[in-house]
Every structure is written in C-alpha cells, then in structure tokens.
Design a protein around this ligand. Structure first.
Ligand SMILES: NC(=O)c1ccc[n+]([C@@H]2O[C@H](COP(=O)([O-])OP(=O)(O)OC[C@H]3O[C@@H](n4cnc5c(N)ncnc54)[C@H](O)[C@@H]3O)[C@@H](O)[C@H]2O)c1
Length: 259
C-alpha cells in the first residue's frame, strides 16, 4: 500500500519523535514511504541530537525545528518556518503528551492542581495551540492527526490525569473538526493500544497492563507502532476524505472487550 506514493507532494509536520520507539517515528516512516515531504519537531535540546541522528540517517533533507509546545513563541516560530520553507502545509501529526511521573502512580484522587494543568496543557491544549497556527498554511485542505488512549473512556490503573487529559483531547478533536471542516481540513485521533515507548514507561506498572491483553484481544495480539502508523497513513491520505472529528481504534479490537 505504501508503494502507491499516495502522499507525493504533500508537506506534513510530525511532532513527537523522541527516539526510534516513538509512535511518531513509525508514522513518519509510513508517510515517508508514501512520498510525503516531512518536517520534524523535537521538544528541546535534550532530544535534538537523537532526533537529528535518526532523521539524517533515514530521511536526509527533512526539515527539523525545535518546538516545546508549552511555549507559544516556539509554536509561532514553527509556523513561520514552515511557511517560509513550504508555503503550503497538508498535514500535522501530533503525537505527544506529558504528565508528571508522580501523577501516573497511585490514586487519581491525589492529582495536584499543577499536575492537572500541566497534563492538560501539554497533552490536550497543544493540539489546539498547534492547529490555530498551522491551519492558515493548510490552504489546500489537509489532515490533522493526534494520538489518544482508551484511558480517556475507561479507568486504567495509574493512567489517572492522562486519561482525563485524553478525554479533553478527544473533545478538542471534535471542536477543531467542526471549525476547520469548511477549510477542508480533517481532524481525527487514533486510539492506540498499549505500546512500550518512553512515555509508556512513565506510567507505573505499565508492563502489568500488558499482562493477558493478548488473550483478551479479538485479534489475539498487541497493536504495534507500525499498526498505528498504517492507520495514520490512511487518515493522512485522500482515502479517508469523508472522515473527520472521530477516534479510530488501532488496538487490535481491545476496546470492545468488557474485561
Ligand atoms: N505508548 C502507548 O502505549 C500509547 C498508547 C496510546 C496513545 N499514546 C500516545 O501516543 C503519543 C506518543 O507517545 P509515544 O508512546 O510514542 O511516546 P514517546 O515518549 O516516544 O513520545 C512522546 C513525545 O512527547 C514529546 N513531548 C512531551 N512534552 C513535550 C513538550 N512540552 N513539547 C513538545 N513535545 C513534548 C516528547 O518529546 C516525545 O517525543 C502520546 O500522545 C501518547 O499519549 C501512546
């Protein structure tokens, strides 16, 4: 499917690569194989070297820019840079989230005000903050894709404030889809099954979460980052042209099970 070059000539910015295990990196490879021109953002200097090495080794020539989504000025600079380099943007992959480690351990009832704000700012508001600056560049229409988890709908031990922030993110997807639909910009979320990444490690007992999931999952396996990337490719491409404001589950069907 990826050989069809269905994204030839499309300019897409990928936010959220930390390392080769990042879901954003799997998505970037799928988009690159489909012919898209890619730009990558990295959170800050701590991530710069690793992301630059990964991109230069695999996709030499791709654009790279810092973008800590907590900083309006960095989002402004990103929009300016993409306008200068490309003029027109066709897609945004928002694959990032953050909550303090201590909020992802123990009882939700113990969530601090600061922890609540931080998780919502980085994991939810950042989608709107990016969209409001980047949609003016999407003058030919396009696709905005974010990543969520079913902890938004059901209680997942230790996921806590991140589940609440993901619920906010999914609601934002619907409001953004309604606002941007007249510009032919679609906004969707992919709800990924649990995958071992840097962020996932921050959730206490994440590995225990995976215990027995395979037996209880309709497809009898865990979804991989490549599975999620395939869904992202679909959402970035014209094949999904009538789909907006929705959450697509790339979790091998786990979300339909009661236990
Ligand atoms: N791994 C899973 O099991 C899973 C399941 C469902 C959804 N998700 C979601 O997928 C997305 C990607 O996570 P991942 O699992 O690939 O982990 P990851 O750690 O590889 O990626 C998370 C990214 O968030 C970025 N980030 C955090 N704070 C930031 C900030 N202030 N500014 C800019 N970037 C910031 C990090 O730099 C990192 O690149 C997240 O939204 C996560 O919630 C993950």
């Amino acid at each position: 499917m990826t050989d069809l070059k269905m994204l030839q000539g499309k300019n897409i910015v990928v936010m959220g690569v930390a390392n080769k295990r990042s879901i954003a990196w799997a998505i970037a490879q799928a988009l690159n194989n489909a012919g898209a021109n890619l730009a990558f953002t990295y959170q800050d200097e701590r991530f710069k070297g690793k992301v630059e090495r990964l991109v230069n080794e695999n996709m030499p020539g791709a654009l790279m820019a810092p973008c800590n989504v907590a900083e309006d000025a960095e989002l402004d600079d990103l929009a300016k840079r993409l306008k200068q380099e490309w003029g027109t943007l066709h897609g945004v992959v928002h694959s990032l989230a953050y909550a303090k480690k201590e909020e992802l351990d123990g009882l939700f009832v113990d969530t601090s005000r600061e922890g609540f704000h931080l998780a919502h700012d980085i994991s939810s508001y950042s989608l709107t903050a990016a969209a409001r600056r980047l949609y003016p560049l999407m003058s030919e229409g396009g696709s905005i894709i974010t990543l969520t988890f079913q902890g938004s709908e059901r209680v997942v031990p230790n996921y806590n404030i991140m589940g609440v922030a993901k619920a906010s993110l999914e609601a934002s997807v619907r409001y953004l889809a309604a606002d941007l639909g007249p510009h032919e910009i679609r906004v969707n979320a992919i709800s990924a099954g649990p995958i071992k990444t840097l962020s996932a490690k921050g959730v206490k007992d994440f590995n225990r979460l995976l215990d027995g999931v395979e037996e209880r999952t309709p497809l009898r396996r865990l979804a991989t980052a490549d599975d999620v990337a395939a869904a992202a490719l679909f959402l970035a491409a014209d094949m999904s042209r009538a789909i907006t404001g929705t959450v697509i589950y790339a979790d091998c069907g786990y979300h339909i099970m009661a236990t």
